[in-house]
Design a protein. Sequence first.
Length: 76
Amino acid sequence: GPYVNGEKISAVDLSLAPKLYHLKVALGYFKKWSVPESLTHVHNYMELLFARESFQKTKTPKDEYLIAGWEPKVNA
């Protein structure tokens, strides 16, 4: 299945979604890094999680807020 434990989403997936989103946004902004295109399964998994209605309703409305939260840690 498309999720860690198979066909149904689990707590593991719900825990990974925000972490992967922070990775995508913060590392993209501060380090100009992204998950390599060759990791197609990771990209598909991230797209699947990020497209969920529950994720869309709870993520930060602007990436700038996420970046501002990481800035003191990255530039410490």
